[in-house]
Design a protein around this ligand. Structure first.
Ligand code: A2P
Length: 337
């Protein structure tokens, strides 16, 4: 069986990768519909060697579509995901628009695939934040084995998470600074080249950024465990692709670094890269373009009885967005459609 699939935001950084992932994973696509704004009229994108014209998204875009992959910003999803659902299309939404809506499932297939059944409530499935996805993929086997009580995470996030304009901005600022020219600061409030910005998404009244609170709230929802304490500091760094994270956890049961390594070596979607003597640990440059979550630098936290430190890296556009969305679609067609 094959399905009519639409990609909403097909010309964007994530939308484009969604098309590549559908291709790479040989998703059974009957017809692919590419949707974006009127700015993209005339643009064509290749799919399995065929040029597909981008259409303008409107109220009638979803007739006959089985699955819609949305990544055109929160306001587009808020308006059009319900339109798609009303037309009988299951919307898999990469934006933050519906992630914390109780009736809408928030899915990482390695962690809580069973919750996909709740798609029937609204016809919408939410794809979590990129930083949350890679963290919960790495933590799931440890949570199952030793129950995680508290997570302290600091992120080192690539600019591609902000979209195409940010990728261009990092490249142009780097080029300008290397040739002693004036730089332009447009996408971020400060220079991103050769800098680190402890500021992702907007600041909230509690002093945290929205990105930080996404990691806190989404983790509890995905693990279906509001008692897990999570605190986050999210930082934008001058990297194009691949988010890195320093993750510190405290568990209820003692678990050794060796046990964690064993669990992660066998965990779905995880690649253990942890051989410090050979200078081997996860790196953004090697995670880029891959679908796995890479984990290394696994150590017992010697400052508390039951603690573990680790370094977690994944391609934010692939596993952090496009791949996770397509994996959700794979479970959906396998078990439900
Ligand atoms: P377009 O290229 O036509 O502007 P990114 O996150 O890389 O900036 O990409 C955002 C994606 O969302 C693009 O594909 C963009 O299309 C699409 N998009 C943004 N606003 C709208 C809108 N109002 N209607 C349809 N697509 C939109």
């Amino acid at each position: 069986k094959s399905y009519n699939v639409a990609v909403v935001g097909a010309t964007g950084a994530v939308g484009n990768e969604m098309i590549r992932v559908l291709e790479d994973r040989n998703f059974p696509v009957k017809e692919l519909t590419l949707l974006a704004s009127e700015r993209s009229l005339g643009v064509e994108i290749d799919f399995h060697g065929k040029a597909i014209p981008v259409k303008v998204l409107d109220e009638n875009s979803f007739a006959g579509i089985d699955i819609g992959l949305f990544s055109a910003g929160g306001s587009v999803s808020e308006r059009y995901a319900p339109v798609a659902a009303a037309a009988g299309c299951v919307a898999i939404d990469n934006t933050s628009a519906f992630r914390m809506t109780p009736e809408i499932p928030l899915i990482v297939p390695e962690v809580n695939p069973e919750a996909i059944a709740q798609y029937r409530n609204k016809g919408i499935i939410a794809n979590p934040n990129c930083s949350t996805i890679q963290m919960v993929v790495a933590l799931k086997p440890i949570h199952d084995a030793a129950r995680i009580r508290r997570i302290v995470v600091s992120t080192y996030q690539a600019v591609s998470g902000t979209g195409k304009k940010a990728i261009t901005e990092l490249a142009e600022q780097t080029r300008a600074l290397m040739s002693c020219q004036e730089i332009q600061v447009k996408v971020y409030p400060h220079q991103i080249a050769f800098n680190c910005l402890p500021h992702i998404d907007v600041f909230l009244d509690n002093g945290y950024t929205k990105e930080e609170m996404k990691m806190v709230n989404e983790t509890k929802k995905i693990f279906n465990d509001p008692s897990i304490a999570v605190t986050a500091t999210t930082v934008r760094v001058p990297v194009f692709y691949g988010h890195s994270e320093s993750v510190n956890i405290e568990t209820e049961k003692k678990i050794t670094a060796e046990e964690v390594k064993k669990l992660l070596a066998a965990a779905p979607g995880v690649k253990l890269v942890d051989n410090p003597k050979e200078n081997s640990y996860p790196l953004a440059i090697y995670a880029a373009g891959q679908d796995d979550t890479f984990v290394g630098r696994i150590r017992e936290d010697e400052s508390i009885p039951n603690g573990i430190n680790m370094w977690v890296v994944a391609d934010n556009i692939r596993k952090g967005a496009a791949t996770n969305a397509v994996q959700i679609a794979e479970v959906l067609i396998r078990d439900y459609l």
